[in-house]
Write a protein that binds this ligand. Structure first.
Ligand SMILES: [Zn+2]
Length: 256
């Protein structure tokens, strides 16, 4: 570059670098309003982080809840239509999530809900008569009209559960990490307890935007994972549980 003094050239480079870094900064900070589980961005402030998250503070049918004093009722059976699914697994910074493809669904009360994904919380989000569990799995389903139904499975410390091995062998360690594991499948049905009787109530997503009208079906019988399996998850994601929310007169039903 003839005719430009070296000092001017250095100045131009400095201005260019400054402009670059200034312009990159805001998007990374405003991305998805930065919710999490820390003191500054945790459940107590979700409702203030974004107008889109208002229900987290103002909703009246929120989840999770403490499951107590249920009423036994005659409820439609849940038919589980699950099958082995290619392992597609994602650490989204809030949880470890396994995507479902295609043919996994439940049918309940004449409604068909397709499985979208399942993911985990540690410790559990729902409690049973005040008792917290080591972990909780959520299998998130949606019907043709967009209504959500979530199966909750409480997880307690006990024997090693080999059906979880395909997932646990490939847990992505780093937030943002996504893996598709060729030749490895997981059948969500193998991750359920043998006894599939449930608590049922109407609630919400337990993460922002805390949308309501979510049909909750929480298995009354926990599944067991070994101490090592639980520790392997908690080494990557821990304390990603929203505290229990007020019932506000909602009824908790059981099919037992
Ligand atoms: Zn969840």
């Amino acid at each position: 570059m003839p005719g430009i003094e070296p000092t001017i050239l250095i100045l131009i480079v400095c201005i260019a670098m400054f402009a670059c870094c200034e312009s990159e900064d805001p998007p990374s900070h405003s991305d998805k309003a930065g919710w999490g589980y820390g003191a500054d961005n945790g459940p107590n402030v979700w409702g203030r982080l974004s107008p889109n998250y208002a229900l987290c503070a103002t909703g009246s049918r929120q989840s999770p809840i403490d499951l107590r004093n249920p009423r036994s009722a005659s409820l439609p059976a849940i038919a589980f239509k699950y099958q082995p699914t290619p392992l597609n697994i994602h650490n989204n910074g809030h949880t470890i999530e396994v995507a479902s493809s295609g043919e996994n669904r439940i049918e309940v009360g004449g409604e068909k809900y397709s499985l979208l994904q399942f993911h985990f919380h540690a410790p559990s989000e729902h409690t049973v008569e005040g008792r917290s569990f080591d972990m909780e799995m959520h299998l998130v389903h949606r019907n043709g009209e967009g209504a959500l139904a979530v199966i909750g499975v409480l997880i307690e410390r006990g024997s090693r559960h080999v059906a979880f091995d395909p997932v646990w062998a490939h847990l992505p360690q780093t937030p943002g990490e996504m893996k598709r594991i060729e030749g490895v499948t997981v059948n969500p049905g193998d991750l359920l307890p043998g006894d599939t009787r449930t608590y049922r109530y109407d609630g919400s997503l337990t993460t922002p935007p805390c949308s309501e009208d979510v049909k909750w079906l929480v298995m009354a019988t926990p599944v067991e994972l070994s101490e090592a399996q639980i520790a392997a998850f908690k080494a990557i994601v821990n304390k990603n549980n929203r505290p229990v929310q007020v019932l506000n007169g909602r009824e908790i039903l059981t099919d037992f």
